[in-house]
Design a protein around this ligand. Structure first.
Ligand SMILES: Nc1nc2c(c(=O)[nH]1)N[C@H]1C(S)=C(S)[C@@H](COP(=O)(O)OP(=O)(O)OC[C@H]3O[C@@H](n4cnc5c(=O)[nH]c(N)nc54)[C@H](O)[C@@H]3O)O[C@H]1N2
Ligand SMILES: Nc1nc2c(c(=O)[nH]1)N[C@H]1C(S)=C(S)[C@@H](COP(=O)(O)OP(=O)(O)OC[C@H]3O[C@@H](n4cnc5c(=O)[nH]c(N)nc54)[C@H](O)[C@@H]3O)O[C@H]1N2
Ligand code: SF4
Ligand SMILES: [Mo]
Length: 742
């Protein structure tokens, strides 16, 4: 039996785990007590990593579709099939005819996050979609406009904070998002233990709300009103105090004018939070020396997602809490963090709308189109129609709006390739499925989540097991695909392609006067990275040229991959610290508190105040034992009481003559599902909740365990035509529905 230390790749908490391993079997998983960030914490999903590794349904060989069947193929056969079908399609219809959908695990996988970009570059398609537009795009856009970088997202400094206002997030079950905060429950206990307060604003009394000091129900989609009213009170009662931010902030007066119409009484009618509560919370936020506001899925995946996400940080700025210890700070990512590279304090900022989607005219954001547009781009005739699709670690049939329509559209494609580890609701449409390795067979480093961590840190995990003989790592699969679509053929020299990936990064750095390797010889740096290959070589380079790096000799005791490998519990880089103005990349070098696009969208919010309906609306929820759509196949996590139920308030249930456990028929503009109800006073009257990621009853999927308790796909109800227009994000919360007994 040997012990391996390994970061959990399943969620943003990035817990350090200790795995007891015998041969190729995981005997036990526990939290690594010595991990510098997670300090022994783990959840049931991390504990099930051994089962994920051993899952008999996890694909071990490529599959090729023959008629309606998927049959096992060798890697050479699978690549040959792709080479036979994809390049001719590109030659005839152009690169935009190939769509790409990148799913959430891409970001949790070192191979995929670095080499996915290499495939995109080779494809040269502009038909790029990702799970970002059913998730955090509104927050990224708001932060991009304010701070100049799509990943410059401030996070609450929970370990030193004394007042935490949480909207639309449930870290007790999700373990945090755009905020890497392992063991949130303990950190919250500590906050309250030192006399701090936590208030949760959510249409459901979640486990987080129950553990907080106070919970307020809010009408789904009401956050922009609530937050604008908070800001209104801060101005009206002279509580605005920018402190150290004052010389670095543009647009305060514009914000004052913009929130003037949002008196608490006006907002209360639209969001359901009482005017007195809004005033009281604004005062508490302003008067607590160390306070932070945080919003997540509930404030993003809704009608006013970008405005609400923006107003979260407007409140942090107006109270002087942004960039202040105990408030909301910018982590310093040790590798790949754009806000640590190039010239500090100023930059090009972000632009959107450089092109628009062909059918609906939705603007591009961050180089992507809204994934709610994917089906229509496949279905609608004309030049530029998507005829082929590559999915990378995504299950959009279950995770994006109007699953029925997308399911049908995928079936109509000329060709589809999926990089995935399961034959599931989405990949069943693929002509070729290329399986990734088990997470325990890949090395791991969190490029993205270290940029959102509640404490600066760097941790690396080597593979626990060697890859089975003959199985490529996913970066090799991606390079092979890149070679095929760029005309070099499946037999291309991967060694050379891999060298080009790292060389392009080295060349950029040696030409950048702010890089520690400025002016050095690229070949010399490349040689210094020997004998590493693949993502580990790129990571070593990024760490060494990052803000804590050894700079290839400039700072001999700085970070390198070798140093991280020698520290299996990670390297702690200290508490978050103030980074303004250095972190900014706006053209002005200031915080842009009042971006024009957001001021304009605030008018849409104001107009909606008059049209608020009282009909039933649907929201989502997460459960600790699941992870979006793809862990329902592990016996350790499945089973128990059915979790795919419709939560409904007792008053609504009475009115609809629905008793606990009975089947309800839920209808929206997009579709209809039948699902058992769970009657509970923990949900706001007028609101029902259904979790996403279920609906595992499709023919052709290979998920034996998940199939036994399939649940229904909540995204049959989500409407693909409803977007937050600024970010293109789907509206997954606050969906108008009609409910009756089935
Ligand atoms: N109604 C509603 N819809 C939602 C949400 C909601 O709150 N409500 N939440 C949204 C959010 S936040 C997200 S992030 C999206 C997620 O949307 P997606 O990313 O599309 O869906 P996932 O369920 O995460 O599917 C991940 C896929 O990756 C595969 N996979 C897992 N690990 C690997 C790997 O290492 N390599 C490869 N190649 N494949 C792998 C799995 O088998 C699965 O097919 O769903 C969104 N959809
Ligand atoms: N166990 C588990 N953990 C996960 C995941 C999972 O599927 N399962 N998914 C991971 C992913 S990809 C992500 S992005 C994160 C998400 O992490 P969180 O954002 O913490 O996710 P949720 O638990 O969906 O919390 C969203 C909350 O918003 C509330 N809400 C809905 N509509 C509104 C609204 O209009 N206003 C307000 N104020 N609240 C609203 C919901 O009731 C819910 O409590 O979780 C990650 N962690
Ligand atoms: S909280 Fe997230 S990172 Fe930690 S063990 Fe659970 S799934 Fe893994
Ligand atoms: Mo997500």
């Amino acid at each position: 039996m040997t012990t391996h230390y390994r970061i959990c790749p399943l969620c943003e908490a990035t817990c350090g785990l200790a795995l007891e391993v015998e041969d190729r079997t995981v005997r036990s998983v526990r939290g690594d007590e010595e991990d510098v960030l997670s300090r022994g914490f783990l959840c049931p999903k991390g504990a099930a990593l051994g089962q994920l590794h051993a899952d008999p349904d996890r694909l071990q060989q490529p599959l090729v579709r023959r008629g309606s069947e998927h049959v096992a193929a060798t890697w050479d056969e699978a690549f040959a099939e792709i080479e036979r079908r994809l390049p001719p399609l590109i030659a005839e219809h152009g690169s935009d005819a190939v769509g790409v959908y990148l799913g959430n695990p891409t970001v949790h996988n070192l191979s995929l996050s670095i080499y996915g970009q290499a495939l995109l570059r080779a494809l040269r398609t502009r038909s790029v979609f990702s799970a970002s537009t059913v998730d955090q795009m509104p927050k990224q856009l708001a932060c991009g406009l304010m701070f100049g970088g799509f990943l410059s997202v401030p996070v609450p400094d929970i370990d030193r904070c004394d007042f935490l206002l949480i909207l639309g997030a449930n870290p007790f079950d999700s373990n945090g998002s755009l905020w890497t905060v392992p063991d949130f429950p303990e950190r919250l206990r500590a906050l309250r233990g030192r006399g701090g307060r936590c208030v949760v604003v959510d249409p459901r009394r979640t486990r987080t709300a129950q553990a907080a000091d106070e919970h307020l129900f809010i009408r789904p989609g009401g956050d922009a009103f609530f937050l604008a009213a908070l800001a209104h009170v801060l101005f009206a009662e002279d509580l605005v105090e920018l402190g150290a931010l004052a010389p670095h902030t543009n647009g305060v007066e514009q914000v004052r004018a913009a929130v003037a119409p949002f008196a608490p009484e006006v907002a209360a009618g639209a969001c359901g939070v009482a005017a007195d509560d809004i005033r009281r919370l604004a005062r508490e936020l302003a008067r607590t020396p160390r306070a932070a506001v945080y919003g997540r899925i509930g404030t993003c995946t809704q009608k006013f997602g970008t405005v609400a996400s923006w107003l979260v940080d407007v409140c942090n700025v107006l109270t002087g809490n942004l960039d202040r210890p105990g408030g909301a700070l910018f982590p310093r990512g040790p590798a790949f963090a754009a806000n640590t590279l190039g010239r500090p304090g100023v930059g090009r900022g972000v632009v959107t709308g450089r092109r628009h989607s062909r059918v609906r005219g939705a603007p591009e954001v961050m180089g992507e189109l809204p994934c709610a547009c994917l089906a229509e781009e496949i279905e609608t005739e004309g030049s530029g129609r998507i005829r082929a699709l590559v999915t990378i670690a995504g299950n959009p049939v279950l995770s994006t709006p109007n699953g029925t329509r997308l399911d049908r559209a995928l079936a109509s494609l000329d060709f589809m390739v999926s990089l995935d580890i399961y034959l599931n609701e989405t990949t069943r449409h693929a002509d070729v499925i290329l399986p990734g390795l088990s997470p325990l067979e890949e090395s791991h480093y969190d490029i993205a989540f270290n940029q959102f961590a509640c404490r600066n840190n760097a941790r690396f995990s080597p593979p626990v097991f060697a890859a089975p003989p003959g199985r490529p790592a996913e970066w090799q699969t991606l390079l092979r695909l890149a070679a095929i679509v760029s005309g070099q053929g499946a037999a291309a020299d991967l060694e050379m392609l891999d060298a080009m990936v790292v060389l392009s990064q080295i060349q950029r750095a040696v030409g950048d006067e702010h890089s520690p390797v400025h002016g050095r010889d690229a070949e010399e740096i490349l040689a210094a990275l020997e004998p590493r290959r693949g993502p580990e070589r790129v990571l070593d380079f990024a760490l060494r040229t990052g803000p804590y790096g050894d700079g290839f000799g400039a700072k001999p005791d700085g970070l390198s991959l070798a140093l991280l490998a020698a520290h299996p519990h990670g390297v702690d880089l200290g508490p978050l610290d103030s980074r303004i103005p250095e972190v900014l990349r706006t053209p002005s070098g200031k915080i842009e508190l009042a971006p024009a696009a957001l001021l304009a969208d605030l008018d849409r919010v104001a107009a909606a105040a008059r049209g608020t309906s009282n009909g039933m609306v649907l929201i989502g929820r997460r459960h600790l034992r699941s992870n979006n759509s793809w862990l329902h196949n592990l016996p350790q996590l499945a089973g128990g009481r059915p979790r795919c139920t419709l939560l409904i308030h007792p008053d609504d249930a009475d009115h609809l003559r629905l008793r606990d456990g009975e089947l309800a028929r839920v209808r929206s503009r997009a579709g209809l599902v039948e699902v058992p109800v769970e009657v509970t006073a923990d949900i706001m009257p007028g609101v029902v909740s259904l979790p996403h990621g279920w609906g595992h009853d499709r023919e052709g999927a290979r998920l034996q365990v998940a199939r036994r308790q399939p649940g229904v796909n909540s995204n049959l109800l989500a409407d693909e035509l409803e977007l937050d227009p600024v970010s293109g994000n789907a509206v997954l919360n606050g969906i108008p529905v009609e409910i009756e007994a089935a």
